[in-house]
Write a protein of this length. Structure first.
Length: 556
């Protein structure tokens, strides 16, 4: 029923506001405190009363889709209640409601509200959508499997358990999903008369009567099954959410961090199942998540999915709708998948290094800057590693195309490689085409200077090998690259940092020794804290690029 959501801001400050065309599934991602949970609450508030809230900070307006003439009666029947004994019903009025809430409304006015929902959205929402909107968050997802009243079988089902108990098809669908997840059969137990409970059984019921009855065989069957309240929080949360989606049958479902309490594999399955459930209907699912596994499950379901990345820093919010095909490319590429690149959607900044040793070292340096140097480190930053400098670009470019600020760190021998390697390195930084040829010529000239020195630029000092004039030229090249978030180790390679500590070896062996020398106990005299210059200053320069509101290299 939700057609469009117009936000109050766009991809960057000063750009036009984004409008989200609602698909069956819309997933909000982004760093902490970016507004993911807030946008769910604003959608929920609108669906509850239809009013435009002037206090909204994310949503400007929501447009609803009308129902066709042939749909309206069926939609109304879903929320129609029978009058209670002795309850007065006004002419042309009916009772509507769900989950214990009820309201008497004018039937012709309700039909008009569903036919033209944007004329008086307060009627549309308060008389219909409010009863068909469900929000699942940390406060209620564990309690979804708690005991529920069996209800009056003469009245329409009012709870998800009542629906499951009466509807064999929905019950079997929930049972299938739960069995695939946990290897046990979910059953609805009516033997506590007047109450309904969920249990997990090692065996499927012989027939519907063994599950739904109260005779001896049914009592014995349920007695052998585990009451779901005795299961783990993950089992309860997963089962409760699936039950509400299928049996609760909401038109608008809002889920805040559905991955809470769930193992990553369960998050993936939940994403895949909920997307499949919602995709074959006019329902709308809105999710705020920090889980790349849940996102992967949604996309791999094949359902139409919106991925919307929200950010907020220094009073400036941004929103960007991420193309499905680009997210799918991140998931399908074995290198990107193996490095956990999809996790970058949930961080504010990302740094990509050549190797895992580089990643571990620079991450530790950044952690110490955050702890001991006021404002000099990179907060909320994910450090990823590629296999080599040739594949650093493979990670940087697709993330930048999604609007994520990504910096790359490479060793100085990137200057050795010309042709496609150098071109693709500049390409991933989105340097203007017209500037690339002069930079290529400068790189070639500097490479010849290193070759003329007879020294290894990577192992024997990097920029220190050159004379003062050539150093200036190379510094200018480094500066131009850094403007676009591409950073080159000036003195050669990873092992050129913190030389005063005399760590030996190369790669992982050097990393082990340097970590021993910088210490692990902050209270120890040997513990190395940030200083001026060296690698500390290098990370500070990367931090400055991230925090520059006019930073270059991120396509808008």
């Amino acid at each position: 029923m939700i057609k469009d959501i117009k936000l109050k801001f766009g991809r960057a400050e000063g750009l036009s506001a984004e409008t989200i065309t609602a698909m069956p599934i819309t997933v909000f991602v982004g760093p902490n405190n970016s507004g993911k949970s807030k946008i769910l609450s604003e959608i929920h508030q609108f669906c509850s009363n239809g009013n435009k809230n002037t206090n909204n900070v994310i949503i400007d307006t929501i447009e609803l889709s009308p129902f066709g003439e042939d749909e309206i009666d069926a939609k109304i029947n879903k929320v129609t209640l029978k009058p209670n004994p002795g309850e007065a019903v006004q002419p042309e009025h009916i009772f509507v409601g769900k989950r214990g809430a009820r309201n008497q409304v004018h039937l012709p006015a309700l039909k008009q509200a569903l036919k033209s929902p944007n004329q008086q959205p307060t009627h549309t929402c308060q008389w219909y959508l409010a009863y068909n909107t469900l929000i699942l968050n940390g406060n209620n997802r564990i309690n979804l499997v708690n005991e529920q009243p069996a209800g009056n079988l003469q009245q329409p089902a009012q709870t998800s358990f009542q629906t499951l108990f009466r509807d064999d098809t929905k019950r079997e669908e929930v049972r299938r999903i739960v069995y695939e997840a946990f290897g046990q059969y979910l059953v609805v137990d009516p033997t506590n008369l007047g109450k309904l409970n969920l249990r997990l059984s090692e065996f499927a019921p012989a027939d519907h009567m063994e599950e739904r009855g109260i005779h001896d065989e049914a009592v014995k069957f349920h007695n052998k099954a585990l009451l779901i309240n005795h299961a783990s929080d993950g089992v309860k949360a997963f089962t409760g959410m699936v039950t509400e989606m299928i049996a609760g049958d909401p038109s608008v479902l809002l889920m805040d961090e559905p991955e809470a309490f769930l193992h990553p594999s369960l998050s993936f399955k939940l994403g895949k199942e909920v997307s499949g459930i919602m995709s074959h209907s006019d329902k709308r699912l809105f999710v705020a998540t920090h889980s790349p596994n849940f996102v992967m499950g949604c996309i791999q379901s094949g359902a139409p999915v919106n991925i919307v990345r929200l950010t907020y820093r220094d009073g400036v919010p941004t929103s960007r709708i991420l193309p499905n095909k680009e997210i799918l490319r991140l998931m399908r590429n074995p290198l990107l998948r193996s490095t956990g690149v999809l996790s970058g959607l949930f961080y504010e900044f990302v740094v990509v290094t050549e190797s895992d040793a580089d990643r571990a070292f620079y991450q530790e340096i950044n952690d110490r800057l955050l702890r001991y140097s006021d404002g000099k480190g990179i907060p909320n930053c994910l450090f990823l590693h590629a296999q080599n400098k040739q594949t650093v670009k493979t990670i940087i470019k697709p993330l930048r195309e999604l609007g994520i600020p990504v910096a790359g760190i490479v060793d100085i021998d990137v200057l050795k490689d010309g042709g496609s390697v150098w071109t693709s390195f500049l390409d991933c930084g989105f340097l203007p085409e017209i500037e690339r040829q002069p930079l290529a010529s400068l790189r070639q000239a500097i490479k010849q200077k290193f070759e003329g020195s007879g020294k290894d630029m990577k192992r024997e000092g990097g920029i220190k090998i050159l004379n003062e004039e050539d150093k200036e030229a190379l510094s200018n090249l480094f500066l131009k690259l850094s403007e676009y978030g591409l950073f080159v180790v000036p003195n050669g390679e990873l092992e050129s940092w913190l030389k005063r500590l005399n760590a030996r070896g190369h790669g992982p062996n050097w990393l082990v020794e340097i970590f021993e020398k910088i210490g692990e106990d902050p209270n120890s005299e040997e513990y190395v804290k940030p200083e001026e210059g060296d690698v500390w200053g290098f990370i500070e320069e990367i931090s400055k690029w991230f925090f520059n509101p006019r930073r270059k290299g991120i396509p808008k």
